[in-house]
Design a protein around this ligand. Structure first.
Ligand SMILES: [Zn+2]
Length: 492
Protein backbone atom coordinates (compact mmCIF):
# COMPACT_ATOMS: atom_id res chain seq x y z
CA UNK A 1 0.00 0.00 0.00
CA UNK A 2 1.23 3.49 -0.83
CA UNK A 3 2.39 5.42 2.20
CA UNK A 4 0.13 8.40 1.42
CA UNK A 5 -2.87 6.21 2.24
CA UNK A 6 -1.70 5.77 5.83
CA UNK A 7 0.08 9.09 6.38
CA UNK A 8 -2.24 12.11 6.19
CA UNK A 9 -0.25 15.11 5.04
CA UNK A 10 -1.36 18.62 6.01
CA UNK A 11 -0.23 21.70 4.11
CA UNK A 12 -0.43 25.32 5.24
CA UNK A 13 -2.39 27.00 2.49
CA UNK A 14 -1.45 30.67 2.10
CA UNK A 15 -4.86 31.25 0.51
CA UNK A 16 -6.96 30.07 3.50
CA UNK A 17 -4.17 30.82 6.01
CA UNK A 18 -4.85 27.42 7.57
CA UNK A 19 -3.27 23.99 7.63
CA UNK A 20 -5.45 21.79 5.44
CA UNK A 21 -5.50 18.06 4.78
CA UNK A 22 -3.83 17.46 1.45
CA UNK A 23 -6.02 15.72 -1.12
CA UNK A 24 -4.79 15.87 -4.72
CA UNK A 25 -7.22 16.36 -7.60
CA UNK A 26 -6.31 12.98 -9.08
CA UNK A 27 -5.63 10.30 -6.47
CA UNK A 28 -1.99 9.35 -6.26
CA UNK A 29 -0.85 12.18 -8.57
CA UNK A 30 0.39 15.63 -7.67
CA UNK A 31 0.87 18.63 -9.96
CA UNK A 32 3.21 21.22 -8.50
CA UNK A 33 4.34 24.53 -10.02
CA UNK A 34 7.11 26.67 -8.50
CA UNK A 35 8.17 30.07 -9.85
CA UNK A 36 11.76 29.72 -11.00
CA UNK A 37 14.62 32.20 -11.31
CA UNK A 38 15.13 35.16 -13.63
CA UNK A 39 18.49 34.16 -15.06
CA UNK A 40 20.42 37.44 -15.20
CA UNK A 41 22.87 36.99 -12.29
CA UNK A 42 24.37 34.30 -10.05
CA UNK A 43 21.76 32.53 -7.95
CA UNK A 44 21.19 34.32 -4.66
CA UNK A 45 21.53 32.33 -1.41
CA UNK A 46 17.99 33.40 -0.47
CA UNK A 47 16.74 31.79 -3.69
CA UNK A 48 18.72 28.66 -2.86
CA UNK A 49 16.72 28.43 0.37
CA UNK A 50 13.41 28.89 -1.47
CA UNK A 51 14.18 26.16 -4.01
CA UNK A 52 15.50 23.87 -1.25
CA UNK A 53 12.19 24.32 0.61
CA UNK A 54 10.29 23.08 -2.44
CA UNK A 55 12.87 20.34 -2.99
CA UNK A 56 11.92 19.10 0.50
CA UNK A 57 8.23 19.20 -0.52
CA UNK A 58 8.98 17.35 -3.79
CA UNK A 59 11.06 14.73 -1.99
CA UNK A 60 8.49 14.08 0.73
CA UNK A 61 5.60 13.80 -1.74
CA UNK A 62 7.64 11.27 -3.72
CA UNK A 63 8.58 9.43 -0.53
CA UNK A 64 4.86 9.12 0.30
CA UNK A 65 4.39 7.35 -3.03
CA UNK A 66 2.76 10.16 -5.02
CA UNK A 67 3.56 10.47 -8.70
CA UNK A 68 4.64 14.11 -8.85
CA UNK A 69 4.89 16.36 -11.90
CA UNK A 70 7.04 19.24 -10.72
CA UNK A 71 7.18 22.22 -13.10
CA UNK A 72 9.61 25.05 -12.40
CA UNK A 73 10.07 27.77 -15.02
CA UNK A 74 13.09 29.72 -16.17
CA UNK A 75 12.35 33.43 -16.74
CA UNK A 76 14.49 34.37 -19.71
CA UNK A 77 12.55 37.43 -20.92
CA UNK A 78 9.95 39.92 -19.81
CA UNK A 79 11.04 40.55 -16.21
CA UNK A 80 11.47 44.32 -15.98
CA UNK A 81 13.50 46.13 -13.36
CA UNK A 82 10.50 47.14 -11.29
CA UNK A 83 7.00 45.86 -10.65
CA UNK A 84 5.27 48.87 -12.20
CA UNK A 85 5.91 47.63 -15.75
CA UNK A 86 8.66 50.22 -16.16
CA UNK A 87 12.40 50.03 -16.68
CA UNK A 88 14.59 47.80 -18.77
CA UNK A 89 14.31 44.02 -19.17
CA UNK A 90 16.72 42.59 -16.56
CA UNK A 91 18.34 40.19 -19.00
CA UNK A 92 18.62 42.72 -21.84
CA UNK A 93 20.22 45.22 -19.45
CA UNK A 94 22.87 42.73 -18.35
CA UNK A 95 23.52 41.86 -22.02
CA UNK A 96 23.94 45.55 -22.85
CA UNK A 97 26.33 46.12 -19.94
CA UNK A 98 28.44 43.08 -20.80
CA UNK A 99 28.13 43.58 -24.57
CA UNK A 100 26.92 40.06 -25.23
CA UNK A 101 23.76 38.51 -26.64
CA UNK A 102 20.82 38.26 -24.18
CA UNK A 103 20.76 34.49 -24.78
CA UNK A 104 24.41 34.32 -23.66
CA UNK A 105 23.32 35.88 -20.37
CA UNK A 106 20.50 33.35 -20.12
CA UNK A 107 22.81 30.42 -20.88
CA UNK A 108 25.50 31.49 -18.41
CA UNK A 109 23.15 31.99 -15.47
CA UNK A 110 20.95 28.99 -16.22
CA UNK A 111 24.07 26.81 -16.02
CA UNK A 112 25.10 28.56 -12.77
CA UNK A 113 21.61 28.00 -11.35
CA UNK A 114 21.65 24.28 -12.22
CA UNK A 115 25.16 23.58 -10.94
CA UNK A 116 24.53 25.48 -7.70
CA UNK A 117 21.26 23.69 -6.95
CA UNK A 118 22.90 20.39 -7.78
CA UNK A 119 25.69 21.09 -5.27
CA UNK A 120 22.98 21.51 -2.61
CA UNK A 121 21.60 18.14 -3.72
CA UNK A 122 18.30 19.43 -5.10
CA UNK A 123 16.47 17.08 -7.46
CA UNK A 124 15.77 18.68 -10.87
CA UNK A 125 12.08 19.37 -11.62
CA UNK A 126 10.15 17.14 -14.04
CA UNK A 127 9.72 19.98 -16.56
CA UNK A 128 11.67 23.23 -16.71
CA UNK A 129 9.99 25.40 -19.37
CA UNK A 130 11.23 28.83 -20.46
CA UNK A 131 9.26 32.04 -21.07
CA UNK A 132 10.77 32.51 -24.55
CA UNK A 133 9.75 28.97 -25.47
CA UNK A 134 6.09 29.78 -24.73
CA UNK A 135 5.44 33.10 -26.52
CA UNK A 136 2.70 31.54 -28.66
CA UNK A 137 0.80 30.24 -25.61
CA UNK A 138 1.12 33.63 -23.92
CA UNK A 139 -0.27 35.47 -26.96
CA UNK A 140 -3.25 33.08 -26.99
CA UNK A 141 -4.02 33.89 -23.33
CA UNK A 142 -3.85 37.63 -24.03
CA UNK A 143 -6.34 37.24 -26.91
CA UNK A 144 -8.69 35.39 -24.61
CA UNK A 145 -8.43 37.97 -21.81
CA UNK A 146 -9.16 40.76 -24.35
CA UNK A 147 -12.16 38.76 -25.66
CA UNK A 148 -13.49 38.48 -22.11
CA UNK A 149 -13.24 42.26 -21.76
CA UNK A 150 -10.63 42.22 -18.99
CA UNK A 151 -7.74 43.76 -20.96
CA UNK A 152 -7.27 46.76 -23.23
CA UNK A 153 -4.76 47.77 -25.86
CA UNK A 154 -3.02 51.14 -25.88
CA UNK A 155 -0.24 52.10 -28.33
CA UNK A 156 0.62 48.46 -29.09
CA UNK A 157 0.77 47.38 -25.43
CA UNK A 158 -1.93 45.36 -23.65
CA UNK A 159 -2.84 45.83 -19.98
CA UNK A 160 -4.97 43.78 -17.62
CA UNK A 161 -7.83 45.91 -16.24
CA UNK A 162 -7.51 45.22 -12.52
CA UNK A 163 -10.30 47.61 -11.49
CA UNK A 164 -12.78 45.93 -13.82
CA UNK A 165 -11.72 42.43 -12.71
CA UNK A 166 -12.19 43.48 -9.10
CA UNK A 167 -15.84 44.39 -9.75
CA UNK A 168 -16.72 40.69 -9.91
CA UNK A 169 -13.63 39.00 -8.43
CA UNK A 170 -11.30 39.74 -5.53
CA UNK A 171 -7.93 41.04 -6.72
CA UNK A 172 -5.92 40.61 -3.50
CA UNK A 173 -7.50 37.31 -2.46
CA UNK A 174 -4.09 35.75 -1.72
CA UNK A 175 -2.15 38.65 -0.24
CA UNK A 176 -5.12 39.99 1.72
CA UNK A 177 -4.77 43.37 0.04
CA UNK A 178 -7.76 45.43 -0.88
CA UNK A 179 -7.73 47.21 -4.16
CA UNK A 180 -9.82 50.01 -2.58
CA UNK A 181 -6.98 50.71 -0.12
CA UNK A 182 -4.38 50.69 -2.81
CA UNK A 183 -6.40 53.14 -4.91
CA UNK A 184 -6.13 55.64 -2.06
CA UNK A 185 -2.52 54.84 -1.32
CA UNK A 186 -1.13 54.87 -4.84
CA UNK A 187 0.28 58.07 -6.21
CA UNK A 188 -1.58 59.46 -9.17
CA UNK A 189 -0.12 58.40 -12.50
CA UNK A 190 2.67 60.75 -13.42
CA UNK A 191 1.43 61.26 -16.95
CA UNK A 192 4.25 59.09 -18.31
CA UNK A 193 2.26 55.90 -18.01
CA UNK A 194 -0.31 54.91 -20.57
CA UNK A 195 -2.20 52.57 -18.18
CA UNK A 196 -5.80 53.43 -17.24
CA UNK A 197 -5.17 52.68 -13.57
CA UNK A 198 -1.88 52.33 -11.66
CA UNK A 199 -2.94 48.83 -10.49
CA UNK A 200 -3.24 47.52 -14.05
CA UNK A 201 -0.39 45.31 -15.20
CA UNK A 202 1.14 44.59 -18.58
CA UNK A 203 0.25 41.45 -20.51
CA UNK A 204 2.16 42.65 -23.58
CA UNK A 205 4.61 45.51 -23.94
CA UNK A 206 5.48 47.15 -27.23
CA UNK A 207 9.27 47.11 -27.64
CA UNK A 208 10.97 50.43 -28.25
CA UNK A 209 13.55 50.49 -31.02
CA UNK A 210 16.46 49.69 -28.65
CA UNK A 211 14.81 46.62 -27.15
CA UNK A 212 16.55 43.53 -28.55
CA UNK A 213 14.28 40.79 -27.18
CA UNK A 214 11.09 41.10 -29.25
CA UNK A 215 8.48 38.92 -30.91
CA UNK A 216 5.67 39.69 -33.39
CA UNK A 217 2.10 39.78 -32.04
CA UNK A 218 -1.31 41.09 -33.18
CA UNK A 219 -0.63 44.32 -31.21
CA UNK A 220 3.04 45.14 -31.86
CA UNK A 221 6.54 43.76 -32.00
CA UNK A 222 7.15 43.36 -28.30
CA UNK A 223 7.41 41.00 -25.37
CA UNK A 224 5.08 39.42 -22.78
CA UNK A 225 4.56 40.79 -19.27
CA UNK A 226 6.39 38.84 -16.59
CA UNK A 227 3.31 37.50 -14.75
CA UNK A 228 1.89 35.91 -17.88
CA UNK A 229 4.45 33.14 -18.42
CA UNK A 230 3.52 31.34 -15.19
CA UNK A 231 -0.18 31.26 -16.10
CA UNK A 232 0.69 29.98 -19.58
CA UNK A 233 3.12 27.28 -18.50
CA UNK A 234 1.24 26.04 -15.43
CA UNK A 235 -1.95 25.65 -17.50
CA UNK A 236 -0.09 23.96 -20.34
CA UNK A 237 1.70 21.36 -18.21
CA UNK A 238 -0.60 20.95 -15.19
CA UNK A 239 -4.08 21.90 -16.42
CA UNK A 240 -6.56 24.64 -15.57
CA UNK A 241 -6.56 23.57 -11.93
CA UNK A 242 -3.66 21.92 -10.20
CA UNK A 243 -2.62 20.96 -6.68
CA UNK A 244 0.31 23.03 -5.41
CA UNK A 245 1.76 26.39 -6.44
CA UNK A 246 4.88 27.54 -4.64
CA UNK A 247 7.22 30.48 -4.61
CA UNK A 248 9.07 32.93 -2.39
CA UNK A 249 7.04 35.08 0.01
CA UNK A 250 7.98 38.18 -2.02
CA UNK A 251 6.07 36.80 -5.02
CA UNK A 252 2.69 36.75 -3.26
CA UNK A 253 2.05 40.31 -4.39
CA UNK A 254 1.81 41.31 -7.12
CA UNK A 255 3.10 38.28 -9.08
CA UNK A 256 0.81 35.52 -7.75
CA UNK A 257 -2.15 37.87 -7.46
CA UNK A 258 -1.71 38.65 -11.19
CA UNK A 259 -1.36 34.95 -12.05
CA UNK A 260 -4.68 34.25 -10.30
CA UNK A 261 -6.41 37.13 -12.15
CA UNK A 262 -5.10 35.93 -15.54
CA UNK A 263 -5.94 32.26 -15.02
CA UNK A 264 -9.34 32.93 -13.43
CA UNK A 265 -10.29 35.17 -16.37
CA UNK A 266 -9.05 32.70 -18.98
CA UNK A 267 -10.21 29.41 -17.45
CA UNK A 268 -13.06 30.50 -15.18
CA UNK A 269 -11.64 28.70 -12.12
CA UNK A 270 -9.14 29.51 -9.37
CA UNK A 271 -6.03 27.75 -10.71
CA UNK A 272 -4.49 26.41 -7.49
CA UNK A 273 -5.72 24.31 -4.55
CA UNK A 274 -2.77 24.81 -2.20
CA UNK A 275 -0.63 27.97 -2.31
CA UNK A 276 2.72 27.63 -0.53
CA UNK A 277 5.16 30.44 0.22
CA UNK A 278 8.70 30.00 1.50
CA UNK A 279 10.16 32.62 3.80
CA UNK A 280 13.36 34.56 3.32
CA UNK A 281 16.93 34.25 4.48
CA UNK A 282 18.66 37.12 6.26
CA UNK A 283 22.41 37.49 6.74
CA UNK A 284 23.63 38.55 10.21
CA UNK A 285 20.13 39.79 11.00
CA UNK A 286 19.77 41.95 7.90
CA UNK A 287 18.24 41.64 4.51
CA UNK A 288 20.69 40.32 1.94
CA UNK A 289 21.49 42.83 -0.77
CA UNK A 290 24.28 43.05 -3.28
CA UNK A 291 24.19 46.85 -3.09
CA UNK A 292 25.06 46.98 0.64
CA UNK A 293 27.61 44.16 0.50
CA UNK A 294 25.50 42.11 2.94
CA UNK A 295 25.61 39.20 0.54
CA UNK A 296 27.42 35.90 0.07
CA UNK A 297 27.59 33.55 -2.90
CA UNK A 298 27.41 29.76 -2.44
CA UNK A 299 30.91 29.42 -3.97
CA UNK A 300 32.31 31.79 -1.34
CA UNK A 301 30.82 29.61 1.42
CA UNK A 302 32.47 26.44 0.04
CA UNK A 303 35.88 28.05 -0.55
CA UNK A 304 35.95 30.09 2.66
CA UNK A 305 36.90 33.10 0.53
CA UNK A 306 34.65 35.68 2.19
CA UNK A 307 34.62 38.16 5.07
CA UNK A 308 31.45 36.84 6.73
CA UNK A 309 32.18 33.25 7.82
CA UNK A 310 34.97 32.01 10.08
CA UNK A 311 35.77 29.03 7.82
CA UNK A 312 34.55 27.12 4.72
CA UNK A 313 31.37 25.03 5.02
CA UNK A 314 30.20 22.17 2.81
CA UNK A 315 26.93 22.23 0.87
CA UNK A 316 25.69 19.39 3.11
CA UNK A 317 26.17 21.48 6.26
CA UNK A 318 24.45 24.49 4.65
CA UNK A 319 21.54 22.29 3.59
CA UNK A 320 21.27 20.82 7.09
CA UNK A 321 21.37 24.35 8.55
CA UNK A 322 18.59 25.57 6.25
CA UNK A 323 16.36 22.56 6.97
CA UNK A 324 16.73 23.13 10.72
CA UNK A 325 14.24 25.97 10.27
CA UNK A 326 10.65 25.65 9.09
CA UNK A 327 10.26 26.87 5.52
CA UNK A 328 7.67 29.44 6.66
CA UNK A 329 10.01 31.11 9.21
CA UNK A 330 12.63 33.73 8.50
CA UNK A 331 16.08 32.17 8.88
CA UNK A 332 19.24 34.08 9.75
CA UNK A 333 22.50 32.97 8.19
CA UNK A 334 25.59 33.58 10.36
CA UNK A 335 28.93 32.03 11.14
CA UNK A 336 27.89 31.03 14.69
CA UNK A 337 24.70 29.35 13.46
CA UNK A 338 26.58 27.44 10.75
CA UNK A 339 29.24 26.26 13.20
CA UNK A 340 26.49 24.87 15.45
CA UNK A 341 24.86 23.13 12.48
CA UNK A 342 28.18 21.65 11.42
CA UNK A 343 28.55 20.02 14.86
CA UNK A 344 24.99 18.66 14.74
CA UNK A 345 25.47 17.45 11.18
CA UNK A 346 28.64 15.54 12.03
CA UNK A 347 27.02 13.95 15.12
CA UNK A 348 24.18 12.72 12.93
CA UNK A 349 26.49 11.39 10.22
CA UNK A 350 28.72 9.74 12.82
CA UNK A 351 25.71 7.96 14.36
CA UNK A 352 24.70 6.69 10.91
CA UNK A 353 28.20 5.28 10.39
CA UNK A 354 27.86 3.31 13.68
CA UNK A 355 24.62 1.59 12.63
CA UNK A 356 26.12 -1.39 10.73
CA UNK A 357 28.26 -2.32 13.77
CA UNK A 358 25.42 -2.39 16.33
CA UNK A 359 24.93 -5.75 18.06
CA UNK A 360 21.40 -7.17 18.26
CA UNK A 361 19.56 -8.60 21.29
CA UNK A 362 16.40 -10.56 22.01
CA UNK A 363 14.52 -7.44 23.08
CA UNK A 364 14.42 -3.78 22.19
CA UNK A 365 14.69 -1.30 25.03
CA UNK A 366 12.91 1.43 23.03
CA UNK A 367 9.92 1.57 20.71
CA UNK A 368 11.25 1.94 17.16
CA UNK A 369 7.81 1.91 15.54
CA UNK A 370 6.54 4.75 17.75
CA UNK A 371 9.68 6.77 17.00
CA UNK A 372 9.24 6.17 13.27
CA UNK A 373 5.66 7.47 13.38
CA UNK A 374 6.90 10.61 15.18
CA UNK A 375 9.19 11.26 12.18
CA UNK A 376 6.17 10.99 9.85
CA UNK A 377 4.05 13.15 12.16
CA UNK A 378 6.66 15.90 11.88
CA UNK A 379 6.70 15.84 8.08
CA UNK A 380 2.92 15.37 7.82
CA UNK A 381 2.57 18.61 9.76
CA UNK A 382 3.32 20.95 6.84
CA UNK A 383 6.80 19.55 6.15
CA UNK A 384 8.11 20.44 9.61
CA UNK A 385 11.77 19.57 9.04
CA UNK A 386 13.10 21.06 12.35
CA UNK A 387 10.82 18.70 14.32
CA UNK A 388 11.94 15.80 12.11
CA UNK A 389 15.57 16.70 12.82
CA UNK A 390 14.79 16.75 16.59
CA UNK A 391 13.44 13.19 16.19
CA UNK A 392 16.62 12.22 14.33
CA UNK A 393 18.68 13.53 17.25
CA UNK A 394 16.62 11.28 19.53
CA UNK A 395 17.73 8.46 17.25
CA UNK A 396 21.35 9.63 17.58
CA UNK A 397 21.00 9.34 21.38
CA UNK A 398 19.69 5.78 21.00
CA UNK A 399 22.53 4.85 18.62
CA UNK A 400 25.09 6.08 21.14
CA UNK A 401 23.41 4.13 23.96
CA UNK A 402 23.37 1.00 21.78
CA UNK A 403 27.03 1.46 20.90
CA UNK A 404 27.91 1.67 24.61
CA UNK A 405 25.70 -1.36 25.39
CA UNK A 406 23.35 0.79 27.47
CA UNK A 407 20.35 -0.04 25.26
CA UNK A 408 19.22 -3.10 23.29
CA UNK A 409 17.55 -3.70 19.95
CA UNK A 410 16.24 -6.76 18.07
CA UNK A 411 17.43 -7.61 14.57
CA UNK A 412 14.05 -6.69 13.06
CA UNK A 413 13.94 -3.38 14.92
CA UNK A 414 17.52 -2.56 13.93
CA UNK A 415 16.63 -3.12 10.28
CA UNK A 416 13.58 -0.84 10.62
CA UNK A 417 15.58 1.75 12.57
CA UNK A 418 18.35 1.80 9.92
CA UNK A 419 16.05 2.05 6.89
CA UNK A 420 13.96 4.78 8.55
CA UNK A 421 17.00 6.88 9.47
CA UNK A 422 18.47 6.50 5.99
CA UNK A 423 15.16 7.31 4.30
CA UNK A 424 14.60 10.51 6.29
CA UNK A 425 18.21 11.71 6.24
CA UNK A 426 19.13 10.97 2.62
CA UNK A 427 15.83 10.71 0.68
CA UNK A 428 13.53 13.16 2.49
CA UNK A 429 15.92 15.78 3.88
CA UNK A 430 18.19 15.12 0.91
CA UNK A 431 21.42 15.50 2.86
CA UNK A 432 24.30 14.48 0.64
CA UNK A 433 26.02 11.30 1.78
CA UNK A 434 29.39 12.96 2.08
CA UNK A 435 31.08 9.87 3.50
CA UNK A 436 30.46 8.12 0.18
CA UNK A 437 31.96 10.59 -2.25
CA UNK A 438 33.57 13.41 -0.35
CA UNK A 439 37.06 13.06 1.00
CA UNK A 440 37.25 16.60 2.39
CA UNK A 441 38.53 15.45 5.78
CA UNK A 442 41.29 13.47 4.09
CA UNK A 443 42.11 16.44 1.85
CA UNK A 444 42.39 18.59 4.95
CA UNK A 445 44.83 16.09 6.47
CA UNK A 446 47.00 15.99 3.33
CA UNK A 447 47.15 19.78 2.97
CA UNK A 448 47.92 20.19 6.68
CA UNK A 449 50.80 17.73 6.22
CA UNK A 450 52.13 19.74 3.24
CA UNK A 451 51.86 22.97 5.25
CA UNK A 452 53.95 21.32 7.98
CA UNK A 453 56.58 20.16 5.45
CA UNK A 454 56.65 23.64 3.90
CA UNK A 455 57.23 25.18 7.34
CA UNK A 456 60.15 22.78 7.94
CA UNK A 457 61.59 23.74 4.56
CA UNK A 458 61.29 27.43 5.45
CA UNK A 459 62.88 26.86 8.87
CA UNK A 460 65.78 25.21 7.02
CA UNK A 461 65.85 28.17 4.59
CA UNK A 462 65.08 25.76 1.73
CA UNK A 463 63.13 28.46 -0.17
CA UNK A 464 63.08 26.46 -3.42
CA UNK A 465 61.17 23.58 -1.79
CA UNK A 466 58.81 25.87 0.14
CA UNK A 467 57.96 27.81 -3.05
CA UNK A 468 57.48 24.56 -4.96
CA UNK A 469 54.94 23.30 -2.41
CA UNK A 470 53.01 26.60 -2.49
CA UNK A 471 53.05 26.90 -6.31
CA UNK A 472 52.02 23.32 -7.01
CA UNK A 473 49.15 23.63 -4.55
CA UNK A 474 48.02 26.82 -6.34
CA UNK A 475 47.95 24.85 -9.60
CA UNK A 476 45.63 22.35 -7.91
CA UNK A 477 43.37 25.20 -6.82
CA UNK A 478 44.53 25.30 -3.19
CA UNK A 479 45.67 28.69 -1.86
CA UNK A 480 47.83 28.99 1.25
CA UNK A 481 47.44 32.05 3.48
CA UNK A 482 50.21 32.85 5.95
CA UNK A 483 48.96 34.62 9.07
CA UNK A 484 49.97 35.33 12.65
CA UNK A 485 48.47 32.06 13.84
CA UNK A 486 50.12 29.94 11.18
CA UNK A 487 49.10 28.98 7.68
CA UNK A 488 45.53 28.32 6.56
CA UNK A 489 44.21 27.26 3.17
CA UNK A 490 41.26 27.71 0.87
CA UNK A 491 40.12 25.41 -1.93
CA UNK A 492 38.65 27.00 -5.07
ZN1 LIG B 1 5.60 32.80 -11.37
Amino acid sequence: MELYKEQQLKIYNSLSKKKEEFTPIVEGNVGMYVCGPTVYSNVHLGNVRTFMSFDLVFRYLKHLGFKVRYVRNITDAGHLENDADEGEDRIAKKARLEQIEPMEVVQRYTVDFHTTLQKFNNIPPSIEPTATGHIVEQIEIIKEIIDKGMAYEINGSVYFDVIKYNETEHYGILSGRNIEDSIHNTRALDGQSEKKNPQDFALWKKADKHHIMRWPSPWSDGFPGWHLECSAMSTKYLGKQFDIHGGGMDLKFPHHECEIAQSKTTNGVHPVNYWMHANMLTLNGQKMAKSTGNNILPEEIFSGDNTILSKPFTAGVVRFFMLQANYRSILDFSSVALEASEKGHSKLMEAISFLPGIAVSKESSFDVKAWKQKCYNAMNDDFNSPILIAQLFDAVKQVNLLKDNKATITAADLALFTTTINAFVFDVLGLPNESENNHSDKLEGVVTLLIKLRKEARDNKDWALSDQIRNELVELGIQLKDGKEGTSFTVS
